[in-house]
Design a protein. Sequence first.
Length: 236
Amino acid sequence: MSGMTMTKTDDLKIERVPQTLRTMVLDRMRGAILSGRFQSGERLIERSLCDQLGVSRSVVREVIRYLEAEGLVETLPNRGPIVARMDWPTARQIYDIRLLLEQSAARACALRIDDVTRAQLRLALAGIAAASTEGQAEPALFQATTRFYECIFMAAGHVIAWETVQRLDGRISRLRALTLLTTDRSVSGLARMTQICEAICSGDQGAAAQAVRGHLDEAAEIARRILEQEEARKSV
């Protein structure tokens, strides 16, 4: 048991104290939640996190506040902070919101498409392709995917909608970690986003909206199956 504990903590510990300590701890904690290292509903005990990360309690508390603002952590009365629970009813709401906002942005982007936006979209898509080889929990993949969607929303002129998406970013990233690179899908996540890109670049508003729906419908179904299986295992 002690050997397992050492393995779990060693790759979280910050060996040297840099100027950006809070940022490093935040990235490490966020990655641990997105990858499933810290499970949905798991308590986040300050003393244990201090030991694992090798930082002070004040840093841990500050990071937890940031993660709570991102929707990755929630604080319960008499229990303290836990990893925010992600179940299918919650995930379904997120996919419904994404569908409304992303379809609208894709249509508007296709309507306004020009050579500059085409180049930006294809460059962002190439970034996703490069990051996809690094594993589903890699920050580079999430960042590349975020850049792709940011390009669509900004070119569409949907600035307020993008701000809404950003507020959901933590929850969206958790679902992407479940679905983006899974092999259990008829079309890969990268292929789906390629379809979105090409439909927008051709100026076809209807095809762009349909490509967004196809991508999100399949991702939502995969997330539903995974999350319901997880709930079933917990109830056994």
